[in-house]
Design a protein around this ligand. Structure first.
Ligand code: BGC
Length: 415
């Protein structure tokens, strides 16, 4: 070995990461207080591997704004290394030929063995991994402030009738019964929960995955719209445009009794130092006890030309599956780990219940993809549903029967 080689070897041993140091630019919409704490854990672990993290956060719950910005960047030939892209949308980006192949990382990390089948299928395009799953969120939750419930003499609801009864009590006692943010994706989230409750998981699947016209216009869908109308009467006058985390804040501060939201809402409770099962309760959305509407966050990787950046991108993908990341990130994010072998003992009671319910629902029909969070159908179908639902929600004279017909027509038009 000559002197130069010896020097190179010495440097590589002293600074093992320097040769691999690259930059990862990550587009996401984790911008609320709790979400940001979770995102920071990923940044820290990537930086510990010697890479530079370039944060590309685009505010806006549900990610619509982030997806618009991503399209602009991709069209100009300059996509980030990784982007929070979910569900069937991953296929669309794959078809454009823009996504990187992660098969080697997946093989080394034994993703096929560690991750549920429902998850691995979504992460692949044309038989190759192009995205890494971050977590599993459950959408069909109801978040309850027990102190407010007690003061109002309300009982935690398990059925829709009980939900209305609790809401009546809360309202009569002067509280906002249901904390809501009037934004299309939040209206869509609440509607999805009502639909799952009223239709049941099998017909939910027929409606929002198979896009079956008969179910979309059927009696139960009409009932779901009627329930949404009823729910509207329990929402306060300032709900329009309110961000989801501000709605969570109303429940945390004891101004409202409950919120219908996925378990990213828990990230706000956690950030406020509140304890699951004591300061707040997580209940499956009334009438959806055996079901689990899943929303899997994932980072899709874009093809890169710079070798160091590519290595950094692969390290990012590796990091995401590691137990350390899965624990700390998900404890802060409110979701559950995507690994089936993760030790859940350090998680709170809501996460433990969620994991148990996920595994149980996966054995039957109960495990269903969330429409409002881009897991069930394309973003075009999702957008069409949001339009109909939001218009219905904001029109006091809207007719549930007509809304169900409009729903089917709007979906038909974008297919
Ligand atoms: C994402 C979550 C996020 C939530 C609110 C969902 O669609 O999957 O990660 O916390 O939107 O922005």
């Amino acid at each position: 070995m000559n002197a130069m080689n010896r020097l190179a070897l010495a440097i590589s041993l002293a600074f093992p990461l320097v040769g691999h140091a690259g930059e990862v630019e990550v587009l996401h919409w984790w911008t609320s207080g709790g979400e940001k704490r979770a995102a920071d854990t990923l940044q820290k672990l990537v930086e510990q591997k010697g890479h530079t993290w370039k944060d590309f956060a685009v505010a806006g719950g549900g990610g619509e704004a982030a997806m618009t910005v991503l399209k602009t960047r991709a069209v100009s030939g300059n996509p980030p290394s990784a982007a929070q892209i979910k569900g069937p949308d991953i296929q669309e980006w794959g078809e454009l030929g823009l996504l990187a192949d992660l098969d080697e990382v997946a093989e080394q990390g034994r993703w096929d063995e560690l991750l549920p089948r429902q998850v691995t299928e979504v992460m692949q395009y044309d038989g190759s991994y192009v995205a890494v799953p971050v977590n599993v969120h459950r959408v069909n939750w109801l978040w309850v402030n027990p102190e407010v419930f007690e003061k109002a003499g309300a009982q935690p609801p398990t059925t829709l009738d009980e939900l209305w009864a609790a809401a009546d009590r809360l309202q009569a006692a002067g509280y906002i019964a249901i904390a809501h943010g009037g934004q299309p994706w939040q209206d869509g989230t609440v509607f999805e929960d009502l639909a799952l409750s009223i239709l049941g998981p099998e017909d939910y699947h027929k409606a929002f995955v198979d896009l079956d016209e008969e179910v979309l216009t059927g009696d139960r869908m009409v009932q779901a719209f009627a329930a949404l109308k009823k729910l509207r009467s329990y929402v306060d006058a300032d709900a329009a445009g309110r961000d989801w985390n501000r709605a969570t804040g109303l429940v945390i501060d004891g101004k409202a009794g409950m919120q219908i939201m996925g378990d990213w809402a828990k990230s706000e409770w956690t950030a406020a130092n509140k304890k699951a099962g004591e300061d707040y309760q997580c209940l499956p959305f009334p009438g959806t006890q055996g079901s689990f509407a899943y929303n899997i966050d994932s980072l899709a990787m874009f093809k890169l030309s710079d070798e160091d950046d590519r290595k950094a991108q692969e390290d990012l993908a590796r990091t995401v599956i590691e137990p350390e990341f899965q624990q700390v990130f998900n404890q802060n994010k409110g979701s559950i780990p995507v690994r089936l072998d993760q030790d859940m003992s350090a998680f709170d009671s809501c996460a433990q219940k969620s994991m148990q319910d996920f595994k149980q629902a996966a054995q039957g029909e109960g495990l269903q993809p969330s429409l409002a969070h881009g897991m069930a159908a394309s973003s075009y179908v999702q957008g069409a549903v949001f339009d109909v639902v939001t218009n219905f929600f904001n029109d006091p004279n809207a007719d549930p029967q007509q809304a169900a017909r409009q729903l089917a027509a709007a979906i038909q038009a974008v297919q």
